[in-house]
Design a protein around this ligand. Structure first.
Ligand code: NDP
Length: 316
């Protein structure tokens, strides 16, 4: 008889697929895992969410589902990103309370932090100023998760918490050139350049620096948070500050992993975005000083191989 029934929302996505891998590699006695996506319930719909909780009666929830989008989608549809995410998050958290869930772990993002800030970013800075205007709808909806976590804890003693990942990458990412993030975009562009024998163009100068976390490492950390982390306050899940790399270094890693030998161009008319967004993983290191992140080159290679070998199912 399972003592923990863990419901994972958004389980078909980049992070959810990695959680499925971690759980299947390390089955733990007494844990039952239920992986759901839009096929099981549209979480923007209160009744559908309630029916999902009624059906599965989870004791724990890992809440990954979100309406996400790149810069273009964020700028064009701020109402949809704000309202859909507010509804998804409120429906999941309210029903977690209603059905007596013992712990709920939700996902924030470093991209929702104040636009004007000091570096490195720390967990305590989340509400210390407005987010970047380009994604304010998404950001304020996500920030409300932390507000609800505190409110549910204060009024009902619920153990609802959140994690804050930096840029995630890995198999099952969205490789669409308009909508996707930087790493899957570079991979798909090189794939096309190889196929069509055309140059590979990186947008911007390549100088911007970012911390990338492999979805497999992130999934291990999220499962650890679900099992062991007892705080309501969020925790940044990131590689260390020293592991921050430039987009140029990243492009070179992808080029090597894909064995691309064609011409490489940098379109400097395109914006670099914020030059850095360094996050501080001191809190995580305090808890797990010995956690080993996958070597970046190896993680990039695994992601590239997955994309090349799964053209039929990859989102692109
Ligand atoms: P994906 O876009 O890869 O996956 C999104 C998941 O959410 C899918 O399983 C999707 O289901 C589900 N979903 C979307 N809308 C609904 C809905 N209305 N009802 C039910 N399920 C829904 O996202 P990621 O895996 O990249 O992101 C997971 C979490 O991590 C998100 O909360 C995101 O904000 C956060 N995050 C991601 C980062 C990144 O770099 N990717 C960085 C930091 C945080 P379906 O497949 O059926 O559509």
């Amino acid at each position: 008889m399972a003592t923990m029934r863990v419901l994972v929302t958004g389980s078909t996505g980049l992070v959810g697929q990695a959680v499925q891998r971690v759980v299947s590699e390390n089955p733990t006695e007494g844990e039952e895992w239920i992986f759901v996506s839009t096929k099981d319930a549209d979480l923007t719909d209160f009744e559908a969410t309630e029916a999902l909780f009624q059906k599965h009666k989870p004791t724990h929830v890992i809440h990954l589902a979100a309406m996400v989008g790149g810069l273009f989608r964020n700028m064009k549809y701020p109402v949809d990103l704000l309202r859909n995410n507010l509804h998804i998050n409120d429906n999941v958290l309210y029903n977690s309370h209603k059905f007596g869930v013992q712990k709920c772990v939700s996902c924030l993002s470093t991209c929702i932090f104040p636009d004007k800030t000091t570096y490195p970013i720390k967990e305590t800075m989340l509400h210390l100023g407005p987010p970047h205007p380009s994604n304010f709808g998404f950001s304020f909806a996500k920030r409300m998760i932390d507000i609800e976590n505190r409110a549910f804890n204060k009024q009902y003693g619920c153990k609802f918490t959140s994690v804050i990942p930096t840029n995630v990458f890995g198999p099952y990412d969205n490789f669409n050139l308009q909508d996707g993030h930087v790493m899957p975009g570079l991979i798909n562009k090189i794939f096309i350049a190889k196929r069509d024998d055309t140059p590979f163009t990186v947008w911007g100068t390549g100088a911007a620096r970012r911390q990338f976390i492999y979805s497999y490492d992130l999934a291990k950390l999220i499962v650890w948070v679900m099992r062991e982390y007892e705080e309501i306050d969020p925790i940044i899940l990131s590689v260390p500050e020293e592991a921050e790399i430039s987009i140029k270094e990243l492009a070179e890693m992808v080029i090597e992993a894909m064995e691309f030998t064609g011409e490489v161009l940098y379109d400097t008319t395109k914006s670099d975005g914020q030059l850095k967004k360094t996050a501080d993983n001191a809190k995580l290191r305090g808890y797990l000083p010995d956690f080993k992140f996958t070597n970046m080159k190896q993680a990039v290679k695994e992601t590239v191989d997955w994309f090349v070998n799964n053209q039929d199912i990859a989102r692109k």
